[in-house]
Each structure stands twice: as structure tokens, then as C-alpha cells.
Design a protein around this ligand. Structure first.
Ligand code: PLP
Length: 372
């Protein structure tokens, strides 16, 4: 087969090593690998398999559809999903042995009325993110409703959990506050006679920096893919970026001084120069905001994107470097060979690295290496 024109090479050995390093950061807790949103752009089914092979205990996804895709692909392990609109197919979830999350009394009732048999439900408490989850009196009511349903044999409460707002700022006072609310919420559940199998609060940054929040299970997402939750932080362990985004120059040509590049002609060649055409655009998930800002590695150097990113392509300024059609271009990777990282692209594009990798679309061929 010829080389793909736009390829993401995904290093499953690096992924396994990141998961092991994250386990070592939370030795007393089980590990959930979060594979929502196509595993942050890395390919959900493949990364789920690799995570199981690396020994992760749980998988986590946002939607029921993602969970059912994993089951259809043969995954049989512990699996939690957490975001469902009214009318979600909880019957299918129960049949597929997927654990679902109830964030309100209303949602618990929906789950109970749709489930053909006893569902396994985790309860989500809002500890200060003000996103999903039961807050205050609603939590008390949810605990009561769940306790009643459980004692009537109509459901099994398997977990209680919440989510941090500012874990990537370890000294932020919200972290202590959320943890305290969580501990009180768990106490309320225990007092109602419910002893869930897992209590969990930590995402990647809390797994890395906040042992008091590890409880029974940690949910690792971005860090498993080797990306730091916040590039300004230093972490107790080394993480290796898993994904390398690469392709080949599809055209190389000389431009005369004064030539203008791409839509809107936002860049002008100051001198005669050589430009290369890179077959990635926003159709592949490259942010338009990277226009005139990001860099790639090609012809042995980091060179700048010039002009606006288009749907299928962008232009780089090669200067006086010699390059040929077909030469490799690395947009980002681990950074070991001088290529930019997804974090560099995030800074250049005014976004977060989570978005840079998650946007990568299905026009990109994903190739997996290692992980045997
Ligand atoms: C996405 C998500 C995670 C993973 O967060 P990271 O910062 O990527 O580790 C964990 N828990 C929940 C509920 C999430 O939605």
C-alpha cells in the first residue's frame, strides 16, 4: 500500500507506558481510561483494546452510543458512560452491561422505567463544576430515590462520582472545596445504606497531583495520550505523546518576492522563496486559527505555516531549503526529533491541546504501531 496522504501514527507502546506511569501515580486506586470522542482523536476501538491489554480496569465514555460501539467491537470489561439526553436507550445499556450515570431524580426514573432488568447505576454529585450532577437538595433526593429503588431490588448502585473544575491548577482553592463536598456526599450515600463499589473524583491532573482525591478509581484521559493537562505544570512522571501527525509535501515550488499566499492573501513573500503544500486542512481537523502561526517539521527544519489554512491544505514557507514533492512533513508528534507537539499547536492556535487532537477527523488514516 502507498503511504497515506494524511496519517496519524499512534504508538501503543507509549500509550501503555503512560498508563503504567499513571497507575504508579495512583497505586491504591483502580484505573479508568477515558476513550470518549474517538479516544481524543486517537481511534476509540483501537485505544480501548490497547488500554485493556495494558491492564486498565475500566473504560469511560461520555455517550451511550460510544459505549455500545465498544461492546459491538467485543469489549466486555467494566464500562461507564455519563451523558445522556432524555429518551436514551437505557434498555440497550443494560442488555450490554454498560453502567450508566444518574445525575438527577428525573434521570434515575428514566433509567428505571426503561431498563428491562436491574440496571447498574452510578450516581453523580455536582461538587462545584455546575455541569452534570445532582446539587445540594437534589443530591439528597437522588440518594433517597436510589436507596429506595435498591432496597426494592430494582437497581444496583455501583458507584458515586464527581468531576473537578480546576484540577489543572493544583493550588486552586476549588479543589479542596470540591473534595470536601464529595466526601460529604459519599457519607450521605453510606448513611442511606448504599455502599458503592467505586468512589471516584480524579481526572488526569488530579491523578498526577492530588493523591487525596484518588479514592477507589481514577479517570485518566488526556495524560494517557501523553499530553499534559496544562503545559505550564510540571508533573511527577514523564508522559510521551502517543500520536504523530504526518504526511507528505504534495507540491514544492518557487514563489517570487511579492507573491501572496492562500485565501485572503494574508501572507506576502518578502523575498523569492520556496513553498511547500501540505495536504491537511480544517477537513482533517487543522484549526484555521493556526494560519500564519503554527510550524511543521520538514526538509530537516521547523518551518512556518503561511497564509490561511484551507479545507484540504495549507502552505509552508521553506525559504532556501531544498525539498521535493513527496518529502515527509510532521505536523506534530512527541517532539523527540525536533517536530512541534500538539501542545505547541495549541499555543499557536489559541486553544488547548485536548482540542488539537480531538478535532482530528476521519479523513486521517490512523496507523497503530507497537502494543504487541
Ligand atoms: C473527559 C473526562 C475525563 C478525563 O479528563 P482528562 O482531563 O482528559 O483526564 C474524566 N472524567 C470525566 C467525567 C470526563 O468527562
Amino acid at each position: 500500500m502507498t503511504d497515506p496522504q494524511a496519517e496519524a501514527v499512534i504508538d501503543l507502546d507509549a500509550f501503555g507506558a503512560n498508563l503504567a506511569a499513571l497507575s504508579a501515580c495512583a497505586p491504591s486506586a483502580a484505573q479508568m481510561t477515558v476513550v470518549k470522542a474517538n479516544a481524543y482523536g486517537h481511534g476509540m476501538v483501537e485505544m480501548a483494546r490497547a488500554a485493556r491489554a495494558a491492564g486498565t480496569d475500566w473504560l469511560g465514555v461520555a455517550t451511550l452510543r460510544e459505549a455500545l460501539t465498544l461492546r459491538a467491537a467485543g469489549d466486555t470489561g467494566d464500562l461507564l458512560c455519563w451523558l445522556a439526553a432524555p429518551g436514551a436507550d437505557y434498555a440497550a445499556a443494560v442488555e450490554a452491561d454498560v453502567e450508566v450515570t444518574a445525575s438527577s431524580v428525573e434521570q434515575l426514573a428514566e433509567i428505571l422505567s426503561a431498563a428491562p432488568r436491574r440496571p447498574r447505576v452510578q450516581l453523580k454529585v455536582d461538587t462545584g463544576l455546575s455541569r452534570n450532577g445532582a446539587l445540594g437538595q437534589e443530591w439528597t433526593a437522588l440518594v433517597a430515590a436510589a436507596a429506595q429503588a435498591q432496597s426494592g431490588g430494582r437497581l444496583e448502585v455501583t458507584g458515586v462520582w464527581s468531576h473537578f473544575a480546576c484540577a489543572d491548577q493544583p493550588d486552586h482553592p476549588a479543589n479542596d472545596a470540591q473534595e470536601a463536598v464529595f466526601v460529604a456526599a459519599v457519607d450521605e450515600l453510606l448513611a442511606a445504606g448504599i455502599q458503592p463499589r467505586v468512589r471516584h473524583l480524579s481526572n488526569s491532573p488530579a491523578t498526577l497531583t492530588r493523591p487525596s482525591a484518588h479514592f477507589d478509581l481514577v479517570r485518566v484521559g488526556i495524560a494517557a495520550y501523553g499530553i499534559r493537562p496544562d503545559p505550564g505544570m510540571t508533573y511527577p512522571t514523564r508522559l510521551t505523546p502517543v500520536l504523530t501527525l504526518r504526511g507528505r509535501l504534495v507540491q514544492v515550488k518557487r514563489l517570487p518576492a511579492g507573491a501572496k499566499v492562500s485565501y485572503g492573501q494574508t501572507w506576502t513573500a518578502e523575498h523569492d522563496t520556496t513553498v511547500g503544500l501540505v495536504p491537511f486542512g480544517y477537513g482533517e481537523g487543522i484549526p484555521v486559527s493556526a494560519s500564519n502561526r503554527a510550524q511543521v517539521l520538514t526538509a530537516g527544519a521547523r518551518v512556518p505555516l503561511v497564509g490561511r489554512v484551507c479545507m484540504d491544505q495549507f502552505v509552508v514557507d521553506l525559504g532556501e531549503r531544498s525539498a521535493r514533492r513527496g518529502d515527509e512533513v510532521v505536523l506534530f508528534g512527541p517532539g523527540h526529533d525536533g517536530e512541534p507537539t500538539a501542545e505547541d499547536w495549541a499555543v499557536a492556535s489559541g486553544t488547548i491541546a485536548y482540542e488539537v487532537v480531538t478535532r482530528l477527523g476521519d479523513r486521517i488514516v490512523r496507523t497503530y504501531k507497537g502494543g504487541a
